[in-house]
Design a protein around this ligand. Structure first.
Ligand code: FE2
Ligand code: FE2
Length: 293
């Protein structure tokens, strides 16, 4: 069995998407869905309910009267934040651990993923691009292949790094040369296992090189631009990002002017601070619940 087969074989034992997340994903992508719909899903999950109530009562939000019910909390926090809290506690416990092969310290991958999601959302609003829910999710998960690939990378770092240095190629191209697969492709295979919509799978698979994708889309261009911007800003800077370039064609395709990029960036920085304040001490003990298919 070659290295690529060994790595991809792991995907079949990779946890399937927590049921709660796929339900929330469905609701968040409905244009008419509101806080009440999200509350309906969360209220049957005691651990998630506890996390949401904790967030809603966070001192940071500065409300005087405490909230005691999930529907009250949903109205106070809004659909988007509830979704963020749910995904953080259900999926991201893995992303909060250090990712060895990439030099990504604790919480770095989570912070990077969150910043790309928030930046994507800001760009969609500024550029009047629809389907924000699906783009937000794609952005949040674009680098999840690193969680699996990182474990294998550790043993081959020397070889990969010397190819990067000698041939001046991006890190993910060197991953592919040595391991037979890169983190984008691996992430896409996991997303396929989770039966995500094709838009999300494509965003994950082509986030480093949108111009090579068989199908170009706003979603892919936005995730790519947000990823590049987030790295330039230093959110979750890791070993692999030294050679990463933003595609000028992607920027031109979505008509993102430098003023829009700057605005999206400052919006993201502010929201990052808010979310970090709210979720920083949140327990993630319920992250292990998953259903195997
Ligand atoms: Fe990446
Ligand atoms: Fe990334």
């Amino acid at each position: 069995m070659n290295l690529k087969d060994k790595i991809t074989a792991k995907i079949s034992s990779f946890p399937t998407l927590p049921v709660m997340v796929s339900k929330l994903l469905h609701v968040i992508n409905e244009p008419d869905a509101g806080a009440a719909d999200v509350a309906k899903i969360i209220q049957y999950d005691p651990a998630l309910t506890a996390n949401v109530l904790k967030a809603a009562n966070s001192a940071f939000l500065g409300f005087r009267s405490p909230v005691n019910s999930i529907s009250e909390a949903s109205f106070r926090l809004g659909t988007k934040w509830i979704y963020q809290i749910a995904v953080s506690s259900l999926i991201f416990s893995n992303m909060k651990k250090p990712v060895a092969g990439y030099d990504l310290g604790e919480e770095k991958l989570w912070k990077h993923s969150l910043s790309v999601a928030l930046m994507s959302e800001a760009l969609c609003t500024l550029l009047r691009i629809r389907d924000v829910g699906i783009i937000y999710t794609a952005a949040l998960l674009h680098d999840m292949g690193k969680i699996v690939l990182g474990e294998h990378l550790v043993d081959h770092l020397g070889e990969i790094q010397s190819i990067v240095d000698e041939q001046e190629i991006p890190f993910e191209k060197a991953e592919d040369k040595i391991m037979g697969i890169d983190h984008a492709e691996l992430g896409a295979l996991i997303a396929e296992r989770w039966r995500f919509p094709d838009t999300i799978i494509d965003c994950i698979r082509w986030h480093h090189n949108p111009d090579d994708a068989p199908q170009i889309s706003n979603a892919l261009d936005i995730v790519h631009i947000a990823d590049s911007m987030s790295l330039m800003e230093g959110f979750g800077y890791g070993r692999d990002e030294l050679q990463y370039r933003m595609s000028e064609q992607a920027v031109a395709r979505v008509n993102a002017t430098s003023a829009i990029l700057e605005l999206a960036l400052s919006k993201t920085i502010l929201t990052m601070e808010d979310i970090e304040n709210i979720v920083k001490d949140m327990p993630t003990e319920n992250s292990g619940r998953e259903v195997k298919t």
